[in-house]
Design a protein around this ligand. Structure first.
Ligand code: GLU
Length: 423
């Protein structure tokens, strides 16, 4: 993770601004996060030792509503990264027109090294530390890398205990039995699938002749792979942090999901003759139609962008392609479906969960899927229209789309032109 990841993130905004005539107030408003908080979470470990973990919460902008974004548990979490992720959330919520701003949080930890009881203590400590900065109408956390519904349930419970009342709307991504929404668990993968599908004709993709490689096989990737497979796309490669597998004839993602649970890593699965193991680097460079990076940031950079052969990249991860790689890939004619659109399904169903918690009226899976599809399809087509009108890349079009919603909200309180008017 480079230190300048946040400056790199802001460059995408500046690129979009060149196509628009927006007030300087907008640029000022979006210059820095509204609030960045760091804390030390101290917990008692099972062996009796006391250990401290660095933790962060960044609320980037709340002009369009309470700030919203996940909490990541990862050893590499740092403030710069959390700031960039909060910045991206601000644009993501605007892309899909949710009444939210953007935020993100994280704890510097490898959760696999903690016992379940330590993980619970750490998750509750996060809420104790950030209790004054979150709230159902202030800042609403959710899952991100290595956090899950049970952790969200502990967090909502801790907040409710502190407040002395039931407050499920403070966190989304909870277990269904604790106020979670149907369809939240597969929302990110499903949202990406809807976007690829609605744009497929424009991208010149026909499911039966389209090959797909997925880098990462966590929540978003597994659900997306399953839906693509069901639709007739040929999933030819998948990977996890240890390695990848590849078969030009296609892999059945459903059995791979089962195997991964059984054998822990994709690389431990006993393979048939037509499936070979490859490295993560090789997976990214396969001759496929669609490449889906679904793990961490900056996996496609100026170092490997020249070797990428995919025609389309669907960014299920946040920030998998850096700015230098963007330019190289655009030059090569590769179309990148950007993260702020491609993975917005997760936060969209988080919004549905928040609405259901506030109204105490719960929806069926098909209602959730229908509403999600309508939003993803509508916004994807609008962004494609902006790309065509401005003759720009799809990422810039998504930023233009988000920025026009953000600037409308910021400018509604008055601009320099309004306040400097002399009559
Ligand atoms: N962490 C997810 C994201 O990056 C979901 C955020 C949410 O549901 O608030 O979009």
């Amino acid at each position: 993770m480079t230190d300048n990841i946040f400056n790199e993130a802001r460059k995408r905004l500046h690129k979009a601004m060149k196509y628009m005539n927006i007030s300087t107030d907008v640029e000022e408003q979006l210059k820095y996060p509204k609030m960045s908080i760091a804390a030390s979470l101290e917990i008692r470990m099972d062996d009796g030792n006391r250990r401290a973990f660095k933790a962060f919460r960044v609320r980037y902008d709340d002009t369009r509503g309470p700030t919203k974004g996940g909490i990541r548990y990862h050893p590499d979490v740092n403030l710069n990264e959390v700031m960039s992720l909060a910045f991206w959330m601000t644009f993501k919520t605007a892309v899909v027109n949710l009444p939210f701003g953007g935020a993100k949080g994280g704890i510097c930890v490898n959760p696999k090294e903690l016992s379940p009881a330590e993980l619970e203590r750490l998750s509750r400590a996060y809420i104790q530390a950030f209790r004054d900065f979150i709230g159902p109408n202030k800042d609403i956390p959710a899952p991100d890398i290595y956090t899950n519904p049970m952790i969200m349930g502990w967090m909502a419970n801790e907040y409710s205990k502190i407040m002395g009342m039931y407050c499920p709307a403070v966190i989304t991504g909870k277990p269904i039995a604790l106020g979670g929404s149907k369809g939240r668990h597969d929302a990110t993968g499903r949202g990406g699938f809807y976007v690829l599908n609605i744009l497929s004709e424009r991208l010149n993709l026909h499911p039966e002749t389209t090959t797909v490689a997925l880098q990462g096989f966590g929540n978003a990737a597994t659900h997306c792979a399953k839906l693509l497979h069901e639709k007739g796309y040929r999933v030819v490669a998948i990977s996890d942090s240890k390695g990848a597998i590849y078969s030009p004839d296609g892999i059945d993602p459903v059995s791979m999901i089962r195997y991964k649970q059984e054998y822990k890593s994709i690389t431990n699965i006993p393979l048939s003759d037509n499936i070979q193991t490859i490295t993560n680097t090789q997976l990214l460079e396969l001759p496929v139609d669609v490449l889906i990076p679904a793990a961490l940031e900056n996996v496609i950079t100026e170092e490997n962008a020249h070797n990428i052969q995919a025609k389309v990249i669907l960014e299920l991860a946040n920030g998998p392609v850096n700015n230098a790689a963007d330019e190289i890939l655009i030059e090569k004619g590769c179309i990148i479906v950007p993260d702020i659109l491609a993975n917005a399904g997760g936060v969209t169903v988080s919004y549905f969960e928040w609405v259901q918690n506030q109204t105490c009226y719960y929806w069926s899976s098909s209602e959730v899927y229908d509403k999600l599809k309508t939003i993803m399809d509508t916004e994807a087509l609008k962004i494609w229209g902006i790309k065509t009108d401005h003759d720009c890349d799809l990422r810039t079009a998504a930023y233009i789309h988000a920025l026009s919603r953000l600037s409308e909200a910021i400018e509604a309180s008055g601009t320099h032109a309004y306040f400097s008017k002399k009559d």
